[in-house]
Design a protein around this ligand. Structure first.
Ligand code: NAD
Length: 499
């Protein structure tokens, strides 16, 4: 299937459009003319080339951002909130284009890509409300003394992103830094550059030049941001190995504040008294098959189901997975799209092979839909392995694809230990009708975000982020806002007697 068929009108637009970096309010190519190619994962065909930024572009973006930031800080939250309102209107006017770009470039089913833009719009509107009256505090002091704290933005912030929600992350994961008064240099993932570059075109007409910069590129551009001595705050979303490298590299340039939103191998624990229909729904929806083909950091990829209900649970989940239609992201009747690249598809297939070789029971999936060939796009049917032991790779490692692992358990202590037996700790969920069990187990799970009788859903305003090797810092909340500012303590000695 070609990306320029009538079913895919955005393909024609993409091929005819010159995508550019946004630096200092100017749309431009990379200084050295380098480009990177992007591919439609639903077809495997090349889509277009876009600029691939390097160190020179990062240096230029820094200069522009540093020049623009003081005025951006000076207009205060009130002024920045007005700009956010204009941003929301401009994105809304381009909603369909952004969603279609994520479908064709990132493989997100169009309906899911549209939801991502809706979430982004809600976030743009919510940030000003959340932080409008946010302040420091006064500290009790003796009469005649006044101690208080205040917050100041860092200046220029570098944001480096993963690929799985291209437009949504480009928007939502830069908002806290911006509303706090920083200028931002955004580097989206090289697999999915198009919607971030389109966002750059939109933002150019909204932000003062230099406040918002978009540099597409790979590890080289990311490293140039991380090691730039004057960019003191780095916000990263991506894999654990890259996160570890970023911490090390940042420290070679300066003392920096680095936040890391990393991977997960997230346990879902189902007790025998759980509402089974709701738990089956949660197990399927929490995997985000329909949003990003299971390429989701917070998905419940490890499922521990009590022995009394295990067989029933496995067959009910399998039935749901088998009913999913796997198809090109922009098809009308698609439940799940492709994986993002051929390389990642092959990596996930490697996990499927290892599951089979290590003795997990393949209940459904593990192959391509309808006998299609890899040349036709990077598709894998939703896959369920049962009887997975902790020693198996599919039970331990983040796969970042549409592959679920399931195991049964009998003793509560044993399942808590199994759930915590990993270096990762992003999300977890507990399913039971017993309040005491719910709170006791939730408190003992080593994860940053725990659901009880729910999974997958982000409740904006509550802090999201990982424990252990899943990350550093929290997002989607006032904690994220504060993390984009330096805290200052001021001490005032009032010498006059006054009255
Ligand atoms: P990745 O680590 O390969 O790449 C992420 C970003 O880092 C990309 O923009 C990439 O170009 C850049 N990068 C790569 N090497 C770099 C270097 N040396 N210096 C600076 N930047 C560099 O991750 P990915 O494959 O794009 O995304 C998948 C991973 O992201 C998964 O592990 C997933 O769990 C995680 N993720 C986490 C969250 C979260 O909120 N916790 C959200 C989405 C994805």
């Amino acid at each position: 299937m070609s990306a320029t068929t009538a079913a895919d009108p955005i393909g024609t637009y993409v091929r005819g459009h010159a995508f550019k970096l946004l630096i200092g309010g100017e749309l431009c190519d990379a200084a050295d003319g380098a480009t990177l190619q992007t591919v439609d994962p639903s077809t495997g065909e090349a889509l277009t080339s876009v600029p691939s930024a390097g160190a020179q572009d990062v240096a230029r973006a820094y200069e522009a951002a540093a020049a623009a930031q003081p005025d951006w800080e000076d207009i205060g939250v009130e002024g920045r909130s007005e700009v956010f309102s204009r941003l929301a209107a401009a994105i809304q006017a381009n909603e369909e284009r952004l969603a279609a770009l994520d479908a064709v470039d990132g493989g997100l089913p169009l309906a899911a890509a549209r939801v991502d833009i809706k979430i982004s719009l809600a976030n743009i509107r919510d940030w000003p409300t959340l932080v409008r009256w946010h302040g420091g505090r006064t500290i009790p002091a003796s009469p005649g003394n006044l101690h208080y704290t205040s917050y100041r933005p860092y200046g220029v912030v570098g944001k480096i992103l993963a690929y799985n929600h291209p437009a949504m992350f480009a928007i939502t994961r830069t908002l806290a830094a911006l509303i706090a008064g920083n200028a931002v240099i955004l580097k989206p993932a090289p697999q999915v550059p198009l919607s971030a570059l389109a966002l750059g075109e939109i933002a150019r007409d909204v932000f003062p030049p230099g406040v918002f910069n978009v540099l597409t590129g790979g590890a080289e551009a990311g490293d140039a941001i991380v090691t730039h001595p004057a960019i003191k705050r780095i916000g990263f979303t991506g894999s654990v190995p890259t996160g570890l490298k970023i911490q090390q590299r940042a420290a070679t340039a300066a003392v920096k504040h680095v936040s890391l939103e990393l991977g997960g191998k997230n346990p879902m624990i189902v007790f025998p008294d759980a509402d089974l229909d709701a738990a089956v729904d949660g197990a399927v929806s929490g995997m985000n098959f329909g949003v990003c083909a299971g390429q989701s950091c917070g998905s419940n990829s490890r499922n521990y189901v009590h022995g009394e209900i295990y067989d029933d649970f496995v067959s009910r989940v399998a039935e749901r997975l088998e009913a999913m239609r796997v198809a090109p992201a922009y098809a009308d009747d698609v439940d799940m799209g492709p994986l993002v690249t051929r390389e990642h598809y092959q990596r996930v297939m490697g996990f499927v092979r290892s599951g089979n070789e290590e003795g997990a029971r393949l209940v459904t999936g593990g192959d391509r839909p309808n006998g299609s060939t890899e040349d036709g796009g990077f598709f894998l049917r939703p896959t369920l392995f049962a009887d997975v032991s902790p020693a198996m790779r599919v039970g331990r490692e983040e796969i970042f694809g549409p592959v679920m692992a399931m195991a049964s358990w009998d003793q509560t202590e044993e399942v808590i230990a199994a759930a915590n037996d990993t270096e990762l700790g992003l999300t977890a969920s507990v399913w039971t009708q017993d309040l005491t069990t719910a709170h006791r187990v939730a408190s003992r799970l080593q994860a940053g975000y725990v659901w009880v009788n729910d999974t997958g859903r982000h409740y904006w305003g509550t802090p999201f982020g990982g424990a252990k090797n899943s990350g550093l810092g929290r997002e989607e909340s006032t904690e994220e806002y504060e993390s984009y500012m330096e805290l200052k303590a001021v001490h005032v000695i009032l010498r006059g007697r006054g009255g």
